[in-house]
Design a protein around this ligand. Structure first.
Ligand SMILES: *[C@@H]1O[C@H](CO)[C@@H](O)[C@H](O)[C@H]1NC(C)=O
Length: 290
């Protein structure tokens, strides 16, 4: 709740938000995992090798990559909002007759149901093999084709059998849509906060706004009224006196508490928001008057 106040205040201050009603989160199509598991495994092998190689190259001379670091990396490789799993958000599922094809894009896309499905497939590939995968990556003795063969044919059965044909009546997935760079950054930040145990159930700006308004307005309003208020614009004096001031005061309190993590988060949020004004998103005139 406190974190939310912080973010919401920042969001309010930036003149953003108070716009869209909540966007429903995309969900994986679990029934599609079997069609893409082998390709997801091959893509994982490629990206895992690439990332570990880059991490090694980034080390100071004489330093060695430790296995724990690689285990942590592997764990994040299934998460599209982490750097390690970003490749998933750059990958799209395309329908091609009776097969589903994974296609790589150069930019990060919105994590729609295709992205969630790929993440599920990668999770299924990794399964209980995370430490074995990390160990092999740590040893670093295999080239790409050897590692792919090991991961997808031997360690796991991801590519051992041909995927079944996709039924003709399967509903095609969503189009790949490049994600707004600031939205991507915001998501990454939320993800990091969650990792630090601060995010709670926060997912996006709109839910954050909803939460702060709820906290401030209390029991006098139900969820729907708050949603209406938010989508209509800022609460008026009669609807929610001093909401902004209160949120801002609380955010200040949180900062003053001097918790390192929070202030790091705040800096992150502030940096992020300072970029928002220059973005291509039109500012909401109603809220920018605040
Ligand atoms: C990978 O290593 C194997 C065994 O050393 C070798 O036969 C193969 O040509 C190598 N593949 C590539 C792409 O370098």
């Amino acid at each position: 709740m406190r974190l939310c106040l912080l973010l919401c205040t920042l969001a309010l201050a930036s003149g953003q938000g108070f716009t869209n009603p909540k966007k429903p989160a995309a969900v994986a199509r679990k029934e599609d995992v079997k069609y893409i598991k082998c390709q997801a495994c091959e893509a994982l092998a490629k990206n895992a090798l690439r990332q570990v190689k880059a991490a090694r190259e980034g080390l100071k001379p004489g330093k060695k990559l430790d296995e724990m670091t690689i285990i942590e990396k592997v764990e994040k490789m299934t998460n599209p909002s982490k750097d390690e799993g970003e490749w998933i958000a750059k990958t799209d599922i395309e329908e091609e007759g009776s097969i589903l094809k994974l296609v790589e894009h150069s930019e990060v896309g919105e994590c729609n149901s295709d992205c969630k499905t790929i993440a599920k497939a990668v999770e299924a590939v990794i399964g209980d093999s995370d430490t074995d995968i990390a160990e092999e990556l740590w040893k670093g003795t295999m080239n790409r084709s050897q590692f792919t063969n090991w991961l997808c044919h031997r360690q796991t059965d991801s590519c051992r059998s041909k995927p079944p044909p996709v039924p003709a009546d399967r509903k095609p997935g969503p189009e790949f849509k490049v994600m707004d760079a600031q939205e991507a950054q915001m998501q990454k930040m939320m993800e990091n906060m969650k990792e630090m145990g601060m995010g709670g159930q926060l997912w996006d700006r709109d839910s954050a706004m909803q939460e702060v308004a709820k906290g401030e307005l209390g029991d006098d309003y139900d969820d729907d009224e708050i949603t209406d208020m938010l989508s209509a614009g800022a609460p008026t004096a009669s609807e929610g006196p001093g909401v902004l001031d209160k949120a801002s005061d609380l955010a200040q309190d949180v900062l003053k508490s001097g918790k390192e993590k929070l202030s790091a988060a705040y800096t992150g949020a502030a940096d992020l928001l300072s970029g928002w004004g220059s973005g291509d998103k039109p500012a909401d005139t109603k809220t920018s008057e605040l």
